[in-house]
Write a protein that binds this ligand. Structure first.
Ligand code: UD1
Length: 423
């Protein structure tokens, strides 16, 4: 099994270029299923999850040209199957993003139940609630482990849909399904993440009529058909946050290029509370944690524009190194503290009480054999390894490769003592 080895590296220094956002690119690629025309998505990161999505699209009948690095061109003249591929869906939960587009384009999709990171139950009830509101019939087959969603003979029709929680995936799936529905759809309590705006921008370029994406009430006027377009994905705000924390935990200074400050405001605010200097420069976000006494702060994860759950574990690794005790509260996912066991193996001594982690600061972490229990937990282990004494050996790194482009290479370029071992 491949592993990452990290040694205590001293302060990181230099520049890092942020890639296109994984969580944008996956739904953007899924949306290209909604037209027969050519679509071109730019700034696509080279990630395992993107490969899964390309395979998924090909199964549905897409022709894909990915010969130019960072650019994916798709054309789907005809949909050849209504069934999502079980292996691919099991491999990646974001395969679910093909449900809305398939329903919109063909009025039918049979989907095996999804896989992905093991961070809580992650149901899809809100996606299905939205499809039902648009007039689709939803049939669950527990024996086969599939969900079939079918529009009636008249197709989908717009309606008001209230989401009980502003789920990112449900908002995206319903948005895509509603674009080709008859009449007006309103998604209330919609997710406001930047990736939703990116998807709406792509769909509007394709001919959709979506208003107010990025607010909690999205309005969609259905259109007859969509056409092709060229679209550049937004930069990855979670990768941005991860490198901000890499500078902070190592007490280094790093210029993070191709980052959008507006997408990482809570991370900037919280790092500032800890005494880290952050400068928004024209060329990027400059994080400087040299020669400072850094102090504790509390974190509560929330939907955007609150503190992102995906940065909770990397931030927790950082908090083990500052002065004072911090409390980290996870409100988005119910089981997203699996990294605590791993950080504790490195000497963190974090206690969990319900959905709160009590993080004592000032710990001297030591290297250990740890697991990347999910994608972001894997990043947290690398950050901890950079400041731990000795060597940290991280297994199950396929999680990291799902979501971070050239992770080891980017860290090495900042002076980290890190390597990947394939055996
Ligand atoms: C997306 C991101 C993920 C991020 C998460 C929250 C992608 C590919 N992944 O995941 O990195 O951590 O947003 O910012 O974009 N829920 C329900 N019913 C549903 C759907 C969700 O109860 O039908 C719950 C989930 O169990 C969870 C919460 O809503 O507790 C948030 O999930 P959601 O926003 O849907 O996350 P994802 O779209 O899966």
């Amino acid at each position: 099994m491949a592993r990452i080895l990290v040694n205590n590296s001293g302060p990181l220094h230099g520049e890092v270029e942020i890639s296109g956002a994984k969580n944008s690119v996956l739904p953007l690629l899924a949306a290209t299923l909604m037209t027969e025309d050519i679509c071109e998505i730019e700034d696509v990161p080279d990630l395992a999850d993107v490969s899964v999505m390309k395979k998924m699209l090909r199964k549905y009948g897409a022709e894909i040209d990915d010969s130019v690095h960072g650019i994916i061109r798709t054309r789907t003249p005809e949909i050849v199957t209504f069934e999502g591929d079980r292996d691919l869906v099991t491999e990646m939960r974001a395969s679910l993003f093909t449900m809305g587009p398939m329903l919109a384009r063909c009025g039918r999709i049979v989907m095996p139940m999804p896989g992905g990171c093991t961070i809580g139950k992650r149901p899809i009830d809100l996606h299905l609630k939205g499809f039902r509101a648009l007039g689709a019939k939803v049939t669950e087959d527990a024996e086969k482990g599939t969900v079939t969603v079918e529009a009636g003979p008249e197709g989908l029709s717009g309606d008001a849909i209230y989401l009980d929680f502003p789920s990112v995936g449900a908002t995206e799936n319903i948005l895509m399904a509603a674009v080709l529905a008859k009449g007006t759809t309103i998604i209330e309590n919609a997710a406001k993440e930047p990736e939703i705006i990116d998807l709406a921008n792509l769909l509007n370029k394709m001919g959709a009529r979506i208003k107010s994406a990025g607010t909690d009430m999205i309005r969609i006027e259905g259109v007859e058909s969509l056409s092709g377009c060229i679209h550049q994905a937004i930069p990855d705000r979670i990768e941005t946050g991860t490198f901000m924390l890499a500078a902070a935990i190592t007490r280094g200074d790093v210029l993070i290029k191709n980052a959008l400050p507006g997408h990482v405001r809570p991370i900037i605010a919280k790092l500032k509370e800890c005494n880290v200097d952050i400068d928004i420069a024209p060329e990027g976000i400059y994080v400087d944690a040299r020669d400072k006494e850094l102090v504790a702060t509390d974190i509560k994860t929330l939907p955007f524009p609150g503190f992102p759950t995906d940065i909770q574990s990397p931030f927790m690794a950082f908090l083990t190194t500052v002065k004072g005790q911090s409390v980290v509260r996870e409100t988005v996912f119910e089981n997203r503290f699996m990294h605590v066991v791993e950080l504790n193996r490195m000497g963190a001594d974090i206690q969990i009480e319900n959905r709160e982690a009590i993080v004592p600061g000032g710990r001297k972490l030591h290297g250990a054999k740890v697991r990347a229990t999910d994608l972001r937990a894997g990043a947290a282990m690398v950050l901890a390894g950079l400041v731990a004494s000795g060597t940290t050996e991280i297994s199950e790194i396929y999680h990291i490769e799902r979501g971070y482009e050239d992770f080891v290479g980017k860290f090495k370029a900042l002076g980290a003592d890190i390597m990947k071992i394939d055996d």
